[in-house]
Design a protein around this ligand. Structure first.
Ligand code: PEP
Length: 251
């Protein structure tokens, strides 16, 4: 399966700064590759970037969506507005879960994405306390089961799940590959149990959490890992391009 490298810019870069980063990144990226490189800038940057982006090198994603297509929701952006503009949307990021998003809301957002031809990059992951209590796999499976409640097997076959241990995000404390493997295996097994082989066949699973050019290969080599969700390092075009190159060059 083609690898997927997703950059989450979070709340950084205005349109002018975003344009500079995109051009610098494109200069470093290979023109042709099986690896899809996705950037998820803030909403305000999406439209201008879409006009100048080299679609052979980069794909656009959003960092969030609303769960409805329109309505009286001041300050929100709907998936219907993003349809055709972005191909992916990060949903259920731990930074949004920490602001109060629960699995019920996330399930509605995941369904809203599919309704608008946007592939969700659904983030799941345990806290440090969960891990210390040996609950990592249980927490992730519970999130996954609840978040996918409204989907069909055909939807799930398109889905991207990012396993992001909360304690590894933005901390520099990345998970050891042997801590990632059992959780990734459990994600795949759960999808197969819930949606059958057809659902599981197309599922892509990413690792995210303090990924950098030095540690990325170890995750990409793990069975069942199809790519990476990169936060901080995606704001550095040299580092992000290096991560993409590692993914492109791996057999
Ligand atoms: C993220 O924001 O999803 C993330 C993984 O961040 P970082 O790479 O900075 O840990």
């Amino acid at each position: 399966m083609a690898r997927l490298i997703v950059g989450n810019w979070k709340m950084n870069l205005n349109p002018g700064e975003a344009s500079v980063l995109v051009h610098r990144l494109e200069d470093k990226l290979a023109a042709k590759s099986d690896t899809e490189v996705v950037i998820c800038p803030p909403f305000i940057d999406l439209y201008p970037i879409s006009k100048e982006l080299d679609k052979k090198k980069l794909t656009l994603g959003s960092q969030n969506i609303h769960y409805l297509d329109e309505g009286a929701f001041t300050g929100e952006i709907s998936p219907a507005m993003l349809k055709g503009l972005v191909s992916y949307s990060i949903i259920g990021h731990s930074e949004r879960r920490a602001m109060g998003e629960d699995d019920k809301l996330i399930a509605k957002k995941v369904a809203a994405a599919f309704r608008n031809d946007i592939v969700p990059v659904l983030c799941v992951g345990e806290t440090l306390a969960d891990r210390e209590h040996k609950l990592s796999t249980k927490v992730v499976i519970d999130q996954l089961t609840a978040d996918l409640a409204q989907l069909t097997a055909a939807d799930v076959a398109e889905l991207v799940v990012a396993y992001e241990p909360v304690w590894a995000i933005g901390t520099g404390k990345f998970a050891k590959p042997d801590e990632v493997s059992p959780v990734v295996a459990a994600i795949r097994q759960t999808i197969e149990e819930l949606y059958g082989e057809d659902g599981a066949a197309g599922l892509r699973v990413l690792y995210g959490g303090s990924v950098n050019p030095d540690n990325c290969a170890a995750y990409l080599k793990l069975p069942g890992v199809d790519g990476l969700l990169v936060g901080g390092a995606s704001l550095n075009y040299e580092e992000f391009a290096q991560i993409a190159k590692v993914a492109q060059d791996l057999k």
